[in-house]
Design a binder for this molecule. Structure first.
Ligand SMILES: [Zn+2]
Length: 188
């Protein structure tokens, strides 16, 4: 049985045993949901996972109209996943997609994502490479809280500089869209 201590602010505090935390995959900062099981009357808890549409298939589960999305399982990914999280939770093996990431920077300060597969066209794979690059830029771009407007709308020159790194028109379009519409800063 778990005992909870009530704080002055009305918060309940209790310690979740270490093996329980491990079982639920909880790390500090995670949000936990509590619910009473109607049949057993026991309190159950689970990790709250925020998800968003998979940026590769945009939630459709079909990638580039060519087949199953080789990134997500149900059209969703974890909201705050970095590009590296996405790479490490991929389903490349199942769809026989090979990936190389070159992090030895030369002309650009960006890694190069290379995909190979006989199951998808070159164009589809180039688009996937573009999305990886977009996720990288979005994740690592400096976020200025003091002057978000500078971040929200990079200069046309800078944006075109970024776009030149992308291989497909669709990828370039996604990049411009991201910075013009879905800024990193939530709309006030
Ligand atoms: Zn997907």
């Amino acid at each position: 049985m778990l005992r909870a201590k009530l704080t002055e602010k009305g918060q309940l505090q209790f310690t979740l045993p270490k093996d329980e935390r491990a079982r639920l995959g909880l790390v500090p900062g995670d949000l936990v949901e509590l619910a009473v099981n109607q049949e057993t009357s026991e309190i159950e808890y689970r990790k709250v996972i925020h998800e968003k549409n998979c940026p590769f298939c945009e939630g459709t589960r079909t990638f580039y109209n060519e087949g199953d999305c080789f990134i997500c399982e149900n059209g969703k990914i974890v909201s705050d996943a970095s590009v590296w999280d996405i790479i490490s939770h991929n389903r490349f093996g199942k769809y026989k997609v090979g990936m190389t990431v070159t992090t030895q920077f030369t002309d650009t300060e960006y890694p190069t994502f290379k995909l190979q597969s006989k199951n998808y066209s070159y164009e589809a794979l180039w688009y996937a490479e573009d999305i990886f690059l977009l996720l990288y830029i979005v994740y690592y771009a400096p976020k200025s809280v003091l002057a978000p407007q500078y971040y929200q709308q990079p200069s046309t020159v800078l944006l075109e500089d970024f776009a030149s790194l992308f291989k497909t028109e669709l990828g370039k379009k996604r990049l411009r869209q991201f910075f013009s519409e879905n800024s990193v800063f939530p709309k006030a």
